[in-house]
Design a protein around this ligand. Structure first.
Ligand SMILES: Cc1cc2nc3c(=O)[nH]c(=O)nc-3n(C[C@H](O)[C@H](O)[C@H](O)COP(=O)(O)O)c2cc1C
Length: 320
């Protein structure tokens, strides 16, 4: 099982966090190619859509062999539908783990009692876990939560409840649902969560730079970290951990952007160029490049409007 395989090496778990529209197959392949990551969490997929037989959703839960080991995240609130959907994913692409989204704060998700809304009902959350466990057998089942819905101490009741239901690993994002993305991730409270938990626990939230990983681990005492925005436009994040703030060269950045774009087009077809613009925007933020290049503002406004691979190649050629 993926969790023990990493922890038995006496190392912390370095994980790519699930991000809707971002941690798709091409991005996970790029992060894997560069290296340093132990496990990648793929973006959430809808349990209802999987059970309805949506081709598009099923495709979202397909993996290239180089992405493994991989965890597929699922969202939903109906225990039987969640169990059925986990079984569908296992049959279809056999990931090393399944994760349940109990942390998403977005209205579209919580209004159906999905995502973080489940933290308001530990009993329902437990039912979901039990049904999913019986559907997927020995495959590890993890859960990603926030500190709570509005009370940052909700986790103190929620963690023991989901552990009793049989969860194998928990990730805690150190904010409440009501905070959304405001304030900062409370690493001290994640440390309290770690003390309560009896299963491995990963810390998440505001670990934006590789140099912050050791501090986050020290403060939280967690068994690993889950990195989200820090890895956007920076698939080198994991490879740079422990390298004293070293940055990749502009040439390496351009090489990886093109490689990532090619995988993206291979996966989504030519229309992929348009959906790749969000990655381009992350790759060329000043803090990601690590230097202020001349005329970057005008250049950036052009790169986020590209329609062809040739346009991207030509604009990259202009950047020095
Ligand atoms: C674009 C985007 C999409 C996200 N999608 C998901 C998701 O599908 N599932 C999930 O559990 N969290 C999702 N998150 C939350 C992140 O996984 C993570 O918990 C949060 O961004 C805090 O970590 P960070 O400070 O490292 O970004 C998403 C975040 C972003 C920025």
């Amino acid at each position: 099982m993926w969790i023990d395989k990493i922890l038995n090496k006496n190392k912390k778990i370095m994980a790519l966090s699930p991000m809707a529209d971002m941690t798709d197959s091409p991005f996970c392949r790029i992060v894997r190619q560069i290296g340093g990551v132990d496990i990648v969490f793929r973006e959430m997929v809808s349990s209802e859509a999987l059970v309805r037989g949506s081709e598009k959703t099923l495709k979202m839960a397909e993996f290239h062999k180089t992405e493994r080991p991989i965890v597929q995240q699922i969202f939903g609130a109906d225990p039987l539908i969640m169990a059925r959907s986990a079984d569908i994913v296992m049959q279809h692409s056999n990931p090393e783990g399944i994760d349940i989204n109990m942390g998403c704060p977005v209205y579209k998700i919580t209004s159906n009692f999905n995502g973080c809304a489940l933290m308001k009902d530990p009993e329902l959350a437990s039912k979901i876990i039990k049904e999913m466990k019986s559907a997927i057998g020995d495959t590890p089942l993890s859960v990603k939560i926030r500190l709570g819905w509005s009370n940052p101490d909700d986790f103190k009741i929620f963690i023991p409840a989901i552990e009793r239901a049989g969860v194998d690993l928990i990730t805690v994002h150190g904010r409440t649902k009501e905070q959304g993305y405001s304030g900062v991730s409370d690493w001290q409270r994640i440390a309290e969560a770690k003390k309560i938990a009896t299963v491995p626990l990963l810390a998440n939230g505001d670990i934006h730079e590789p140099s912050q990983v050791s501090e986050a681990l020290e403060i939280t005492g967690a068994d690993g970290v889950l990195i989200a925005r820090g890895a956007l436009g920076n698939p080198w994040f994991f490879d740079m951990i422990g390298k004293n703030g070293e940055m990749v060269s502009l040439d390496e950045r351009k090489r990886v952007v093109l490689e990532h774009l090619k995988l993206h087009i291979e996966h989504y077809g030519e229309r992929g160029i348009v959906t790749f613009r969000k990655h381009l925007s992350w790759y060329f933020k000043t803090n990601k490049i690590g230097q202020n290049l001349p005329n970057i503002k005008e250049w950036r406004s052009k790169i986020v409007q590209v329609k062809t691979l040739e346009e991207v190649e030509s604009l990259l050629g202009e950047l020095n």
